[in-house]
Structures are given as structure tokens and as C-alpha cells.
Design a protein around this ligand. Structure first.
Ligand SMILES: [Zn+2]
Length: 243
């Protein structure tokens, strides 16, 4: 019967789609793995930048301490010692220079602080990104390269089988099957269980049920396909349900 052929065709079609989806997921998981590795590299680079900033900060702080000590020493001498005008001028010039040096280092300290904060922010963002990618990867079913190759290899034969079966269908049935396949993600046929369409779960009318039971004698063309009045799918009552 035509409807049995179409039902088998739908099974093949769904199998094909499911395998294609699996391959896409596998590609996605390998690209996620690559992204995670790149993120780890970025993180290592940022950590090393952070270390450099920290070391620099210690150096600047040390230098500032030295300068402050020198300024104190100079100002103490200026207050205490009896010294010539010439010496006083030299000492004052030295203090001025020390003060400028101090300002310069304080600026460097603040710059370093901001740069370091910037790197800190980048590290946090990168860590969040890595975590997000890892979660995404965990949500994808894992499969090895060998099974991926096997699935990939089986696809052309499956597609050929589907095309061969389609080419043997009456043209009108083929067109309906293909149009509804596009509309319903490859599943144009709904099973009938307990007088109900399995897709939209609506109880079928007496007329539709009558046609399903009596459709068998009419032969193989699309006019004999019974459609659900609600969702429009082709209805399939398995041979057990037809009695
Ligand atoms: Zn329906």
C-alpha cells in the first residue's frame, strides 16, 4: 500500500536528518574545543601580563620610598646645618629635582594600577567565557572520531535509498510527501492511535476514521491518502489499527 511505502520513507528520512544533526553537533563540539584552547592561551598571556605589572608595582613602590627618604634627609639638613648660600641653593635644587622625580613615579604608579585593573577585568571576562564554552561543550553528546566517520560514510547510501524510493512513487503522492516534509521537519505522516492523530492529539472525525478503514481497496495514488483535518498531516493507521 502507498501509505506503508510513505511511512517507511518517513522513517528513512528522519534517520537521515538525525544523522546529519549528529554530525553537526560533532563539528560544533570540535570547534568548541578549539575555542576553549584559544581562551586558555589568552588567559595564560593575561596572567603573565599581570605578573609583570605586579613586579613593576613593587619596583615603583621601592623607588618612591627611596625618594621620600632622600627628601626627608635633605629637608632635615636644610633645617639644621649652618651652610653657605651656595650650598643651600644646591640643596634646594636637589630637593626640587627629587620632588619632580617623586611626582613622575607617582604618575607611573597610578598608570600601572589602572593598566593592572584593566588586565584583571580581561582575565575575569576570559574566565567567564571559558566557563560558558565548557558548559556548552558538556551539553553536547560526546562521540569519537571513528563513530563520526561511520555516520558520515552511511549518509550517501541512505540518501540514495530515499531518492530511489521517492522516484518510484506516483508523482502526485511524491509532491504531497515533499511539501509536507518541508512543512513538518521531515515528518509528513502522523500515526493514528486510539482514533486520535498522534501529532495534534485531536480525535479524528467518524468520516476520517471510516476512510482510514476502507481506503485499502482504492489502490496507490495520492487521492487515497487520508489527511488529518486539523494539522493536515497524512494519517497512518498501522495494519493492526486498520481493522
Ligand atoms: Zn493532526
Amino acid at each position: 500500500m502507498l501509505i506503508d511505502e510513505l511511512w517507511e520513507l518517513q522513517q528513512l528520512q528522519l534517520d537521515y536528518r538525525q544523522k546529519e544533526r549528529l554530525l553537526q553537533e560533532l563539528d560544533l563540539s570540535s570547534s568548541l574545543r578549539k575555542k576553549i584552547a584559544e581562551t586558555q592561551e589568552q588567559l595564560a598571556e593575561l596572567q603573565s601580563q599581570l605578573e609583570t605589572f605586579r613586579a613593576e608595582e613593587v619596583k615603583i613602590a621601592q623607588k618612591l620610598e627611596d625618594i621620600t627618604t632622600k627628601v626627608h634627609e635633605a629637608s632635615a639638613r636644610l633645617g639644621k646645618e649652618e651652610m653657605s648660600e651656595d650650598k643651600v641653593q644646591k640643596l634646594e635644587a636637589k630637593m626640587k629635582k627629587l620632588t619632580q622625580d617623586k611626582e613622575k613615579h607617582e604618575e607611573a604608579q597610578s598608570r600601572n594600577f589602572h593598566d593592572r585593573q584593566n588586565v584583571d577585568d580581561q582575565i575575569r571576562a576570559t574566565q567567564l567565557m571559558a566557563e560558558k564554552l565548557r558548559k556548552e561543550l558538556d551539553s553536547i553528546p560526546q562521540s569519537d572520531a571513528a563513530s563520526k566517520a561511520a555516520v558520515k560514510k552511511s549518509l550517501p547510501a541512505l540518501l540514495k535509498e530515499i531518492e530511489t524510493r521517492k522516484s518510484k512513487l506516483p508523482l502526485d503522492a511524491k509532491l504531497i510527501f515533499e511539501n509536507l516534509s518541508d512543512k513538518f521537519s521531515g515528518a509528513p505522516i502522523a500515526r493514528v492511535t486510539s482514533s486520535t492523530c498522534d501529532y495534534c492529539h485531536v480525535r479524528l472525525s467518524a468520516r476520517t476514521l471510516f476512510s482510514l478503514r476502507n481506503g485499502e481497496e482504492k489502490g496507490s495514488h495520492a487521492g487515497n491518502l487520508i489527511r488529518c483535518e486539523i494539522c493536515g498531516k497524512i494519517l497512518y493507521a498501522g495494519s493492526g489499527d486498520r481493522e
